[in-house]
Structure formats: structure tokens, C-alpha cells
Design a protein around this ligand. Structure first.
Ligand code: PMP
Length: 354
């Protein structure tokens, strides 16, 4: 730390992204990316825009917003596109939390929530997951705080029902409830239609997972017109050109090619079921995932040891050190072939344990 660094950030622990190794070619099952590249039409759209990169991007994302409004069944004024969904989440912390309105989220969830809260000096409370790692939705009723819930949750993969989310929304009429749907396209139920029923609901989604655009950075917030107006105030006070031209065009083309992504999501769900069955055969506990990853543990091998041994064998999964989940690993679902190799390597590791 330099002597110039502001005191207010001195104690900040930044988010630790998953490894992006350059030393060798891994089967990369550690950051919940799609194993499938975007279709040619999406790549071409981005390439064409690159030729106009001397011009600023459209701060209103007009074409993309128009297409997305059609896709999500909402008004154009009920949408805001951002640089990944991390940015819309950051905006939500800035817009809807402060010293008097703390944030509340599960103890085990997306690690960025506490980082954003710390960054903005927002007090927060972490509510423990139940012993089966599900979210205890009753704990979020009448809390007088801004609620952040990933649904399905990460890294557990477990989802709340829309009925449970509606209970939370009804019990918090004076607070914003943010539902982070980063993984919703892999079997979850989206609460986007509820934005017309609850003006305190903000839904966030990403193009990083189900639409193969993690490296392009595109996220979206969907909410009542007034919440989106607040979020726009934050956007235009930080970075009006937050979505670059290439990404904007890629996002538009992605929405025009939704069948491709639906097909790929289906394939990932099939590969997830295959992997879950194979891991259960090997004695693993596998949480019931509605996402593109599985959260798994074995009583035959520790979480960290399995992560390290898989890495030695060229398969990268994600291990978290938080005590409650240290025995688990989060395994992103890749192609069938990648999952077959992953299972094979786990078998080899377990055989050596005997
Ligand atoms: N929410 C959750 C629950 C996530 O796991 C992630 C991905 N790390 C994000 C949001 C952010 O994704 P992105 O910024 O790529 O849209």
C-alpha cells in the first residue's frame, strides 16, 4: 500500500476472482464460464463494431434495450445494461444502501456482496444458510435492510421458489430486494415478471454464463421504472459509456440467436445430471443444483486435497476456504467429454486414497 492510499480503503479486502492460469492448458471448471464459444453471428457482430471503435458507444444502449425489452417482456425504461452484472450489483449497493439502510445476504453466497458493502462503507448482516445449505427465506422478512439474494444461490446451486421470493418482497415494502439471477437459465425460475407487481424488486442477470459472453462483460438490471432511474443516476455519475460497442453488438446478436443458447443450456443441464449421477456413484454428496455447476463433497477426501490433486491432473475446480464449505468443491459443468475426464480423474484420485 502506498502512503497515498485513502484511509477509507486501507482495510478493504478485494474480491478474489477464480484462477485464470496461463502455465498450462487445464480443463477449466472453476469460474462457471460456458464451455461453448458464442455463435459466429455474435462474433461477427462484435468484429464489425470494432471497426468503429474510434466512436463512443451509445450510452443508452438503444438497440440492445429495445431487443431486450421484447425478450424479457418489459418496457425499455425497466432495463439497464452494465459492464457485467457485477456493475449493476455495485450500482445497487450504491443506490439502495447506506449507513441507515444496511444490506443483508446469506453467509454463504457470492463473495462480491460483502466486498461492495465494504467498499461503500455499508453495514451488513450475513444470515446463516440452514444446515442443508438452503436459504432460510423467513429470516429475510421485515428486516429493514436491502436484501441481496442470488437465486439460484452460488456456490451451493440451490434455488428458492418464486412463492418464497414473493413472501420476502411483500414483507419488505420499504426496502429494495435484489434477486441476482446470474444462473437462472440453467433450471431456475425467473422473477422478472414480478417487477410489474413489486416496485421494490430489482432482478439482475448476466450474459456471462448462459450466453457465453463472460469475456465481453454484459449484465442487466430489470426493475420498476423508478428503481432503474435511480440506477441510471449512479451510472451517469460514474461511467456513461459503461458498455462498449463490441459488447453491445454481441449482446444484441446473442438475443437474436437465443435458440443456440437455449440448446447449449439444455446440453449443460444434461451434462450436470450425468456428472451428479457419476459423483453420487463415487459416494459424493451433491447438492441439488439449478445452475451450471455442482457443489460437492466426499468423506473419502478433503475439499482442498481433492482440488489440489485434480489440479495436478489438469482439471481446475473452485475451492473455497470459508470453514463451513471448506470440504466442498464447486465444479463448473463443461462439455460431456470434459465431465467424463473430470470423473475419470476423480476415480483415479480416490483409488489412490484406499
Ligand atoms: N452473481 C453471481 C452469483 C455470480 O456468481 C457472478 C459471477 N462471478 C456474478 C453475479 C457476476 O457475473 P458477471 O459480472 O460476469 O455478470
Amino acid at each position: 500500500m502506498s502512503r497515498y492510499f485513502s484511509e477509507k480503503f486501507a482495510a478493504l479486502t478485494p474480491y478474489t476472482p477464480g484462477e485464470q492460469p496461463k502455465d498450462m492448458q487445464y480443463i477449466k471448471l472453476n469460474t462457471n464460464e460456458s464451455p461453448f464459444p458464442p455463435p459466429v453471428a455474435v462474433v461477427e457482430a462484435a468484429k464489425n463494431e470494432a471497426a468503429k471503435a474510434q466512436l463512443y458507444s451509445d450510452p443508452e444502449c438503444s438497440l440492445l434495450v429495445e431487443k431486450a425489452a421484447e425478450y424479457f417482456g418489459v418496457k425499455k425504461t425497466e432495463l439497464l445494461f452494465t459492464n457485467g452484472s457485477d456493475e449493476i450489483l455495485n450500482f445497487a449497493f450504491m443506490a439502495f444502501c447506506d449507513k441507515n439502510t444496511p444490506a443483508v445476504f446469506p453467509d454463504i453466497t457470492y463473495g462480491f456482496y460483502s466486498v461492495f458493502a465494504d467498499l461503500h462503507g455499508i453495514p451488513y448482516k450475513k444470515i446463516p444458510l440452514k444446515s442443508d445449505f438452503s436459504i432460510d427465506h423467513k429470516e429475510y422478512l421485515n428486516g429493514n435492510a436491502t436484501v441481496f439474494i442470488a437465486n439460484p444461490n452460488a456456490p451451493t446451486g440451490l434455488a428458492l421458489t418464486l412463492k418464497q421470493i414473493e413472501e420476502i418482497l411483500r414483507a419488505n415494502p420499504d426496502n429494495v430486494v435484489v434477486i441476482d439471477e446470474a444462473y437462472v437459465d440453467f433450471g431456475g425460475e425467473s422473477c422478472v415478471p414480478l417487477i410489474h407487481k413489486y416496485d421494490n424488486l430489482l432482478v439482475t442477470q448476466t450474459f456471462s454464463k448462459s450466453r457465453s459472453l463472460a469475456g465481453a462483460r454484459l449484465g442487466v438490471g430489470i426493475a420498476s421504472e423508478s428503481l432503474i432511474a435511480d440506477l441510471n443516476t449512479i451510472k451517469y455519475s460514474t461511467n456513461p459509456y459503461n458498455v462498449n460497442r463490441m459488447t453491445m453488438a454481441a449482446g444484441y446478436a446473442a438475443l437474436c440467436n437465443q435458440e443456440y443458447f437455449d440448446e447449449k443450456c439444455k446440453e449443460i443441464c444434461e451434462n450436470r445430471e450425468y456428472t451428479a449421477i457419476e459423483l453420487k456413484k463415487l459416494g459424493f454428496e451433491v447438492l441439488d443444483s439449478k445452475t451450471n455447476f455442482l457443489f460437492v463433497r466426499s468423506d473419502k477426501i478433503g475439499g482442498k486435497e481433492l482440488y489440489e490433486k485434480l489440479k495436478e491432473k489438469g482439471v481446475l475446480v473452485r475451492h473455497f476456504t470459508a470453514p463451513r464449505i471448506a470440504e466442498f468443491n464447486r465444479v463448473t459443468i463443461g462439455t460431456k467429454r470434459q465431465m467424463e475426464i473430470c470423473i475419470q480423474k476423480i476415480k483415479e484420485i480416490l483409488e489412490k486414497q484406499l
